[in-house]
Design a protein around this ligand. Sequence first.
Ligand code: ARG
Length: 402
Amino acid sequence: MGKKKVILAYSGGLDTSVAIKWIQEKYDMDVIALSIDLGTGKNLKPVEEKALKIGAIKSMTIGAKDVFVKTFIFPALQAGALYEKVYPLATALGRPLIAKMLVDTAQAEGASAVAHGCTGKGNDQVRFDVAIHTLDPSLQIIAPLREWNMTRNDAIEYAQKNGIPVDVTKKSPYSVDENIWGRSIECGVLEDPWIEPPEEIYKWTRDVNNTPDKPTYLEIGFEKGIPISLNGIEKEGPSLIHELNLIAGDNGVGRIDHLENRVVGIKSREIYESPAAVLLFKAHHTLEEITMTRDSLRFKELVSTQYADMVYSGLWFSTFHQDLTAYVLSSQRFVTGTIRLKLFKSNCTVVGRKSPFSLYTHSLATYDEGDTFEHGAATGFIKIFGLATKTQAQVQKNAFKL
Ligand code: ARG
């Protein structure tokens, strides 16, 4: 009988490269490397080959950009899912998809285990482990970074001893994760929340001093809460996001400095670059403002918070998620229309909105000619509306003094 097999989520970086050798030594298993393309535009062929060179028995790449946008990103956009009101959840949304592909690959390859490169302090281990065991409780989960007691220097030494190529030019004090929905950057000087992030950490957004001196105007078309066009031209989701990342990034839009609450109880400081996401969340919410009633908007806020917490905490494969999604989908049936945005010097401002389902009614709102609002009805309404407060003041004599 051959050795047991493990599917390793492989990025090509130092940690998961070391993990290939380390798992072989520690667990005496055959390692199959799996790299997943979530739309960063990076060529994964060299990554695939690197795994084989290090000793993986098989190495493969799955292109998952389309499914990522369609099944993870756009539903989260419809939900208004910003964790703690600011984080568009790029990393958090990618994890359940990677977990699903690890599990599917393990089943297809007859592997008894899966492995990932998460540490024992972060959210990502929670997302992977919960998702993996929800999908297949029989799989063993190996998380080398949680088990080995290596510092970064130890890992480099281990790599050098084992003939694992280490790209020292890429050595950076930061930990970065990226996919089409955004970049997450932490560690190094960012761990001091008093320090302004150094310019070097940003790769997708320009500093405000290097942005164009003229504003850029954009029109984003939505259908049922999903962005479908840019400046009147229909676009597929991935290319729309890609284009918006470039345009918004050029205008310095999309930087987020977040002191966030991790699932494991730690407060951490993370910087995000999510140009397209920042712009799309703003446009989408503006369209909701004009097409939804006040009650629906208020309730949607609660749903958005719950949805974001659910994604952040790694509960993607839960019935709670399915129930929230049912509400979100229903709430989006009139969220169709066009939003006009102005990008200028790191600001993204809404300057126009229109929709065939707009609840904004000019004849009701206008102070000019054509007003159809029944002014006389206001006095009766106000009498009844204020009755409880007036009664209370008279009976309880809670007079207010200045
Ligand atoms: N804090 C973010 C999250 O939990 C990103 C985690 C990964 N970030 C990183 N820089 N490696 O979703």
